[in-house]
Design a protein around this ligand. Structure first.
Ligand code: NAD
Length: 256
Protein backbone atom coordinates (compact mmCIF):
# COMPACT_ATOMS: atom_id res chain seq x y z
CA UNK A 1 0.00 0.00 0.00
CA UNK A 2 2.86 2.43 0.77
CA UNK A 3 5.32 1.35 -1.92
CA UNK A 4 7.23 4.37 -3.24
CA UNK A 5 6.46 6.49 -0.17
CA UNK A 6 9.09 7.53 2.36
CA UNK A 7 8.40 7.61 6.08
CA UNK A 8 10.60 9.47 8.55
CA UNK A 9 10.08 8.20 12.09
CA UNK A 10 11.86 10.17 14.80
CA UNK A 11 13.14 8.26 17.82
CA UNK A 12 12.95 4.96 15.99
CA UNK A 13 15.99 3.08 17.27
CA UNK A 14 13.78 1.45 19.93
CA UNK A 15 10.28 1.10 21.32
CA UNK A 16 7.21 2.54 19.64
CA UNK A 17 9.14 4.35 16.88
CA UNK A 18 10.85 1.16 15.76
CA UNK A 19 7.54 -0.73 15.89
CA UNK A 20 5.81 1.89 13.73
CA UNK A 21 8.76 1.94 11.30
CA UNK A 22 8.43 -1.85 11.00
CA UNK A 23 4.68 -1.66 10.31
CA UNK A 24 5.13 1.02 7.64
CA UNK A 25 8.00 -0.92 6.03
CA UNK A 26 5.81 -4.03 5.91
CA UNK A 27 3.47 -1.95 3.72
CA UNK A 28 6.39 -1.10 1.42
CA UNK A 29 7.38 2.36 2.67
CA UNK A 30 11.04 3.36 2.60
CA UNK A 31 12.16 4.37 6.08
CA UNK A 32 14.38 7.06 7.56
CA UNK A 33 15.32 6.08 11.10
CA UNK A 34 16.47 8.48 13.81
CA UNK A 35 17.39 8.13 17.46
CA UNK A 36 20.23 7.40 19.85
CA UNK A 37 22.02 4.15 20.61
CA UNK A 38 22.70 1.29 18.23
CA UNK A 39 21.34 2.11 14.76
CA UNK A 40 22.87 -0.88 12.93
CA UNK A 41 20.47 -3.50 14.30
CA UNK A 42 17.27 -1.51 13.55
CA UNK A 43 18.64 -0.57 10.12
CA UNK A 44 19.35 -4.22 9.28
CA UNK A 45 15.94 -5.29 10.58
CA UNK A 46 14.07 -2.77 8.40
CA UNK A 47 16.28 -3.39 5.34
CA UNK A 48 15.46 -7.12 5.63
CA UNK A 49 11.83 -6.20 4.86
CA UNK A 50 12.97 -5.22 1.35
CA UNK A 51 12.67 -1.44 1.57
CA UNK A 52 15.26 1.32 1.35
CA UNK A 53 16.40 2.45 4.78
CA UNK A 54 18.43 5.44 5.96
CA UNK A 55 19.48 6.76 9.34
CA UNK A 56 20.31 10.18 10.74
CA UNK A 57 21.33 10.64 14.37
CA UNK A 58 19.97 14.17 14.87
CA UNK A 59 19.40 15.19 18.46
CA UNK A 60 15.73 16.18 18.31
CA UNK A 61 16.24 18.85 20.96
CA UNK A 62 18.44 20.80 18.52
CA UNK A 63 16.72 22.75 15.70
CA UNK A 64 19.90 22.93 13.59
CA UNK A 65 20.31 19.15 13.75
CA UNK A 66 16.63 18.69 12.84
CA UNK A 67 17.26 20.86 9.76
CA UNK A 68 20.16 18.55 8.85
CA UNK A 69 17.93 15.50 9.30
CA UNK A 70 15.21 16.91 7.04
CA UNK A 71 17.83 17.91 4.45
CA UNK A 72 19.28 14.39 4.55
CA UNK A 73 15.82 12.78 4.16
CA UNK A 74 14.89 14.89 1.15
CA UNK A 75 18.25 14.57 -0.58
CA UNK A 76 18.56 10.80 -0.03
CA UNK A 77 14.86 9.89 -0.50
CA UNK A 78 13.37 12.75 -2.55
CA UNK A 79 10.68 13.73 -0.09
CA UNK A 80 9.20 12.83 3.30
CA UNK A 81 5.65 11.62 2.55
CA UNK A 82 4.90 10.28 6.03
CA UNK A 83 6.24 12.10 9.07
CA UNK A 84 5.94 10.30 12.39
CA UNK A 85 6.91 12.57 15.28
CA UNK A 86 7.67 10.00 17.94
CA UNK A 87 10.90 10.90 19.77
CA UNK A 88 10.17 11.51 23.40
CA UNK A 89 11.56 11.37 26.91
CA UNK A 90 10.06 11.36 30.39
CA UNK A 91 11.09 12.93 33.67
CA UNK A 92 9.18 12.36 36.90
CA UNK A 93 9.35 14.92 39.74
CA UNK A 94 7.10 17.30 41.68
CA UNK A 95 6.78 20.68 40.00
CA UNK A 96 8.70 22.46 42.77
CA UNK A 97 11.57 19.97 42.40
CA UNK A 98 11.47 19.71 38.61
CA UNK A 99 14.97 20.39 37.24
CA UNK A 100 14.80 23.33 34.81
CA UNK A 101 17.06 21.58 32.30
CA UNK A 102 14.74 18.50 32.31
CA UNK A 103 11.70 20.73 31.70
CA UNK A 104 13.46 22.34 28.74
CA UNK A 105 14.57 18.96 27.36
CA UNK A 106 11.09 17.40 27.60
CA UNK A 107 9.46 20.38 25.88
CA UNK A 108 12.16 20.50 23.19
CA UNK A 109 12.10 16.78 22.34
CA UNK A 110 8.42 15.92 22.93
CA UNK A 111 6.88 19.10 21.48
CA UNK A 112 9.14 21.61 19.70
CA UNK A 113 10.84 18.94 17.57
CA UNK A 114 7.46 18.22 15.93
CA UNK A 115 7.08 21.90 15.05
CA UNK A 116 10.48 21.88 13.36
CA UNK A 117 10.02 18.64 11.40
CA UNK A 118 6.49 19.65 10.37
CA UNK A 119 7.41 23.15 9.19
CA UNK A 120 10.20 21.64 7.10
CA UNK A 121 8.15 18.71 5.71
CA UNK A 122 4.92 20.50 4.77
CA UNK A 123 6.14 22.44 1.69
CA UNK A 124 7.04 19.24 -0.24
CA UNK A 125 3.84 17.55 0.97
CA UNK A 126 1.85 20.52 -0.36
CA UNK A 127 3.68 20.31 -3.69
CA UNK A 128 2.75 16.60 -3.94
CA UNK A 129 -0.74 17.22 -2.52
CA UNK A 130 -0.27 14.18 -0.28
CA UNK A 131 1.19 13.74 3.15
CA UNK A 132 0.63 12.10 6.50
CA UNK A 133 1.71 13.69 9.76
CA UNK A 134 1.31 11.35 12.72
CA UNK A 135 2.21 12.69 16.14
CA UNK A 136 2.76 10.20 18.93
CA UNK A 137 1.12 11.97 21.86
CA UNK A 138 -0.12 9.94 24.84
CA UNK A 139 -3.06 9.41 27.15
CA UNK A 140 -1.19 12.24 28.88
CA UNK A 141 -2.13 14.43 25.91
CA UNK A 142 -5.73 14.21 27.17
CA UNK A 143 -5.52 13.75 30.94
CA UNK A 144 -2.82 14.41 33.53
CA UNK A 145 -0.88 12.52 36.17
CA UNK A 146 1.00 13.97 39.12
CA UNK A 147 4.76 14.49 38.86
CA UNK A 148 4.74 14.62 35.07
CA UNK A 149 4.11 18.34 34.50
CA UNK A 150 6.56 18.74 31.61
CA UNK A 151 5.44 15.57 29.85
CA UNK A 152 1.73 16.36 30.28
CA UNK A 153 2.27 19.94 29.08
CA UNK A 154 4.21 18.74 26.03
CA UNK A 155 1.67 16.02 25.17
CA UNK A 156 -1.34 18.35 25.57
CA UNK A 157 0.62 20.80 23.44
CA UNK A 158 1.20 18.31 20.66
CA UNK A 159 -2.50 17.42 20.54
CA UNK A 160 -3.26 21.12 20.00
CA UNK A 161 -0.47 21.46 17.44
CA UNK A 162 -1.87 18.43 15.57
CA UNK A 163 -5.28 20.12 15.28
CA UNK A 164 -3.84 23.45 14.07
CA UNK A 165 -1.83 21.75 11.34
CA UNK A 166 -4.90 19.69 10.38
CA UNK A 167 -6.88 22.90 9.88
CA UNK A 168 -4.13 24.59 7.89
CA UNK A 169 -3.93 21.59 5.54
CA UNK A 170 -7.64 20.72 5.52
CA UNK A 171 -8.21 21.42 1.83
CA UNK A 172 -5.14 19.42 0.77
CA UNK A 173 -4.19 15.75 0.65
CA UNK A 174 -2.16 16.19 3.83
CA UNK A 175 -3.61 14.94 7.09
CA UNK A 176 -2.36 15.54 10.61
CA UNK A 177 -3.41 13.29 13.48
CA UNK A 178 -2.23 12.21 16.90
CA UNK A 179 -2.07 8.74 18.43
CA UNK A 180 -2.50 8.59 22.21
CA UNK A 181 -1.10 5.35 23.63
CA UNK A 182 -1.62 4.21 27.19
CA UNK A 183 1.14 2.14 28.81
CA UNK A 184 3.37 0.38 26.27
CA UNK A 185 6.17 -1.80 27.64
CA UNK A 186 9.19 0.02 26.16
CA UNK A 187 12.50 1.16 27.74
CA UNK A 188 10.77 4.48 28.66
CA UNK A 189 8.17 2.66 30.77
CA UNK A 190 10.53 -0.05 32.04
CA UNK A 191 12.53 2.73 33.75
CA UNK A 192 9.36 3.80 35.60
CA UNK A 193 8.62 0.19 36.63
CA UNK A 194 12.21 -0.19 37.89
CA UNK A 195 11.93 3.06 39.89
CA UNK A 196 8.58 2.03 41.39
CA UNK A 197 9.93 -1.40 42.42
CA UNK A 198 13.04 0.17 43.99
CA UNK A 199 11.20 2.89 45.93
CA UNK A 200 8.40 0.63 47.20
CA UNK A 201 10.67 -2.38 47.84
CA UNK A 202 8.49 -4.64 45.68
CA UNK A 203 9.23 -7.05 42.82
CA UNK A 204 9.32 -5.89 39.21
CA UNK A 205 6.27 -8.06 38.48
CA UNK A 206 4.34 -6.44 41.34
CA UNK A 207 5.41 -2.95 40.21
CA UNK A 208 4.20 -3.73 36.68
CA UNK A 209 0.83 -4.97 37.95
CA UNK A 210 0.38 -1.85 40.10
CA UNK A 211 1.37 0.48 37.26
CA UNK A 212 -1.25 -1.02 34.94
CA UNK A 213 -3.89 -1.30 37.68
CA UNK A 214 -3.66 2.41 38.51
CA UNK A 215 -4.48 3.70 35.02
CA UNK A 216 -5.19 1.08 32.37
CA UNK A 217 -8.51 -0.78 32.94
CA UNK A 218 -7.66 -3.53 30.43
CA UNK A 219 -4.68 -4.43 32.67
CA UNK A 220 -2.77 -5.14 29.47
CA UNK A 221 -0.04 -3.17 27.79
CA UNK A 222 -0.73 -1.57 24.41
CA UNK A 223 1.68 -3.12 21.90
CA UNK A 224 3.87 -1.45 19.30
CA UNK A 225 2.19 -3.64 16.66
CA UNK A 226 -1.22 -2.19 17.61
CA UNK A 227 0.18 1.34 17.29
CA UNK A 228 1.81 0.42 13.98
CA UNK A 229 -1.52 -0.89 12.74
CA UNK A 230 -3.20 2.42 13.51
CA UNK A 231 -0.39 4.34 11.81
CA UNK A 232 -0.86 2.20 8.69
CA UNK A 233 -4.61 2.90 8.77
CA UNK A 234 -3.97 6.65 9.07
CA UNK A 235 -1.83 6.39 5.92
CA UNK A 236 -4.58 4.60 3.97
CA UNK A 237 -7.19 6.20 1.67
CA UNK A 238 -9.86 5.19 4.22
CA UNK A 239 -8.36 7.81 6.52
CA UNK A 240 -8.34 10.68 3.99
CA UNK A 241 -10.96 12.54 6.04
CA UNK A 242 -9.56 11.67 9.45
CA UNK A 243 -8.13 15.07 10.34
CA UNK A 244 -7.02 16.50 13.65
CA UNK A 245 -8.00 13.56 15.83
CA UNK A 246 -6.27 12.43 19.02
CA UNK A 247 -6.91 8.69 18.92
CA UNK A 248 -6.58 6.74 22.15
CA UNK A 249 -5.07 3.25 22.16
CA UNK A 250 -5.01 3.10 25.94
CA UNK A 251 -6.95 0.08 27.22
CA UNK A 252 -9.68 2.41 28.52
CA UNK A 253 -7.38 4.79 30.48
CA UNK A 254 -9.11 7.98 29.29
CA UNK A 255 -12.63 6.49 29.27
CA UNK A 256 -12.68 6.72 33.07
P1 NAD B 1 11.84 4.72 24.08
O1 NAD B 1 12.65 5.32 25.17
O2 NAD B 1 11.79 3.25 23.89
O3 NAD B 1 12.24 5.34 22.68
C1 NAD B 1 12.46 6.70 22.52
C2 NAD B 1 13.20 6.91 21.23
O4 NAD B 1 13.49 8.30 21.14
C3 NAD B 1 14.55 6.18 21.17
O5 NAD B 1 14.80 5.78 19.84
C4 NAD B 1 15.53 7.26 21.60
O6 NAD B 1 16.84 7.05 21.09
C5 NAD B 1 14.89 8.46 20.95
N1 NAD B 1 15.30 9.72 21.53
C6 NAD B 1 15.28 10.12 22.83
N2 NAD B 1 15.77 11.36 22.92
C7 NAD B 1 16.09 11.75 21.67
C8 NAD B 1 16.64 12.93 21.12
N3 NAD B 1 16.98 13.98 21.88
N4 NAD B 1 16.84 12.99 19.79
C9 NAD B 1 16.54 11.92 19.00
N5 NAD B 1 16.01 10.79 19.46
C10 NAD B 1 15.79 10.71 20.78
O7 NAD B 1 10.38 5.34 24.30
P2 NAD B 1 8.94 4.91 23.76
O8 NAD B 1 8.17 4.42 24.93
O9 NAD B 1 9.04 4.08 22.54
O10 NAD B 1 8.36 6.34 23.43
C11 NAD B 1 8.16 6.81 22.11
C12 NAD B 1 7.09 7.89 22.12
O11 NAD B 1 5.87 7.34 22.57
C13 NAD B 1 7.42 9.06 23.05
O12 NAD B 1 7.01 10.27 22.46
C14 NAD B 1 6.57 8.76 24.27
O13 NAD B 1 6.23 9.92 24.98
C15 NAD B 1 5.35 8.13 23.61
N6 NAD B 1 4.53 7.32 24.50
C16 NAD B 1 5.04 6.22 25.12
C17 NAD B 1 4.22 5.49 25.95
C18 NAD B 1 4.70 4.24 26.66
O14 NAD B 1 3.97 3.73 27.50
N7 NAD B 1 5.87 3.71 26.35
C19 NAD B 1 2.90 5.87 26.16
C20 NAD B 1 2.42 7.00 25.52
C21 NAD B 1 3.25 7.71 24.68
Amino acid sequence: MLKGKTALVTGSTSGIGLGIARSLALQGANIVLNGFGDADAPKAEIAALGVKVGYHGADMSKPDQIEDLMGYASSAFGRVDILVNNAGIQHVAKVEDFPVDRWDAVIAINLSSAFHTTRLAVPAMRAANWGRIINIASAHGLVASAQKSAYVAAKHGIVGFTKSVALETATTGITSNAICPGWVLTPLVQKQIDARAASAGISLAQAQTELLGEKQPSLQFTTVEQLGGLAVFLCSPAADQVRGVAWQVDGGWTAQ
